[in-house]
Design a protein around this ligand. Structure first.
Ligand SMILES: [Zn+2]
Length: 295
């Protein structure tokens, strides 16, 4: 992990780094592939920034997205202002940051802002891991994309990208929880030869912590906590690959967006899967003809 502290008053401790690395190893579904999280942390530097050096995002979310969301979902209750901030308030991924004159992918974290959202050291450790993995998920989507990376500019892309990044994070943490549990039990049967810094009950519940945090975030992020692992496995790479080629799917995108914005909290997974399928299905010749004629 290539961590460069630019101007933060805090740093990541060796214990935090080894905890995060063990999640990245045990939580990865396809370890040792080129786009796995460990490879990404070797290729992409992680900058630590002070709060005043972070992009200006309000703690409750991007106001322009909220405007559009409220236009669609006026019947949803308004959120109290003490909700959790979006991940991008705490860190961000930039696919083309000008570094020594060349555009390079980077991740930035703001340890001060992360610390301002937690109650104690265990939570700090967990939230730092959650934010970093969320940004690595953006990096993974970017790495696997055939089209050029496009930051989430429109409401649909914003909801799809942020919910997917959060859902990929949760899937990783759940797998880590399971694998780590198995590892702990296997250790119990053998004499311990090494110290086990991970044998902390707080740390073992990181998936639950992350899910609770995400459920308090702005809606596009909260959606990520409600997507099933199966749905994420099926569609994250479709989004990565096809995100730049969905301009014809106006109706399908609108159907999906209408459903997730109005049914958040009680989504029906089978129906949701059909909506994802519609967005990512390849057009056949007849569909293309029909679309051209505007039917
Ligand atoms: Zn994000």
């Amino acid at each position: 992990m290539n961590i460069i502290n630019i101007n933060s008053t805090m740093t990541l401790t060796p214990a935090q780094i080894s905890f995060i690395q063990s999640i990245l190893i045990h939580g990865e579904d396809d370890p040792w592939s080129e786009d796995d999280f460990i490879h990404l942390t070797q290729d992409i530097p992680i900058f630590l920034l002070a709060a005043h050096s972070m992009p200006n995002i309000t703690p409750v979310g991007h106001s322009r997205y909220d405007e559009k969301r409220n236009a669609i979902t006026t019947d949803l209750p308004k959120f109290p202002l003490d909700r959790k901030p979006p991940m991008e308030y705490l860190g961000f991924f930039d696919a083309a940051y000008p570094l020594l004159g060349h555009p390079k992918p980077i991740i930035a974290l703001c340890p001060e802002r992360i610390a301002s959202c937690v109650q104690n050291d265990d939570e700090l450790l967990m939230l730092t891991a959650v934010v970093l993995i969320h940004e690595l998920a953006h990096a993974k989507i970017w790495t696997d994309g055939l089209s050029h990376y496009q930051p989430a500019e429109d409401t649909f892309s914003h909801w799809m990208e942020e919910s997917m990044a959060n859902a990929m994070t949760l899937r990783t943490l759940r797998r880590y929880d399971r694998n780590h549990d198995r590892w702990m039990r296997s250790q119990g049967r053998r004499p311990m030869t090494t110290a086990a810094p991970l044998a902390n009950t707080f740390i073992r519940s990181i998936a639950e912590f992350a899910e609770n945090f995400m459920r308090m975030q702005p809606d596009p992020y909260r959606l990520g906590a409600e997507l099933s692992n199966r749905l994420v496995s099926r569609f994250w790479y479709r989004w990565a690959r096809d995100k730049g080629q969905l301009e014809n799917k106006t109706a399908e995108k609108e159907n999906w967006l209408n459903y997730v914005t109005t049914h958040l909290g009680h989504l029906e997974m089978q129906h949701l899967e059909e909506l994802y399928n519609a967005i990512f299905s390849r057009d056949n010749a007849f569909d293309i003809y029909r679309r051209r004629r505007g039917q």
